[in-house]
Design a protein around this ligand. Sequence first.
Ligand SMILES: Cc1cc2nc3c(=O)[nH]c(=O)nc-3n(C[C@H](O)[C@H](O)[C@H](O)COP(=O)(O)O)c2cc1C
Length: 193
Amino acid sequence: MTNLTVVGVSGSPRAGGNTETLLRHTLGVCAAEGLSTDFISLRGLRIEPCRACRTCSRSKVCAVTDDVPAIFDRLAAADAFILAAPVYFSGTAGQMKCLIDRLGYLSMARGRVFERKVGGPMAVARRAGQNFALAEMMFFFLHQGMIVPGSTYWNMAIGLHEGDVSEDAEGLRTAENFARNLAWTLKKLRAAD
Ligand SMILES: Cc1cc2nc3c(=O)[nH]c(=O)nc-3n(C[C@H](O)[C@H](O)[C@H](O)COP(=O)(O)O)c2cc1C
């Protein structure tokens, strides 16, 4: 076990859904690689949209008093984090998009706190739209100056009903390879610090 930490954020509102299943599988491999893992589900949390009030730019504190600031603190304390979302109408489900907007502005206001952390996106759909959802989340990681390891395919899987994703062997394998590359990258980076 290392003292390196990775947090996984599931953007699905469904208990035991496919996003959560895929993300837990990924975190399991991260743990096997020696990382400490933490899991956050947005289900049931209050994730309001950014109000564009710029309070964070002035005071470094978000004006919205919901569950986002606590999530921000957990991600800011981690070495790596993964954002995983279900695909809704060919893009990232709304809760995740709201989270990204809020995290991004707050991070910039506080001096780009996610810079050089490791991370990456994951997306699940019944059939199509993962590429758009992955791109939405990927643009966030790149904008924040984060380092995104690859895998043997893009981090996507398919499933409609809760748990279906467990039948997607290639999706699971891609997630495992992403997790191994994430752990490898993180260890190399921290060893070089
Ligand atoms: C509002 C809504 C929109 C959806 N849009 C899409 C879509 O555009 N493409 C697709 O393949 N599946 C779509 N789905 C199916 C979900 O992506 C799929 O059921 C996925 O497994 C949900 O992940 P979860 O179990 O983690 O909640 C949609 C589901 C909902 C509820």
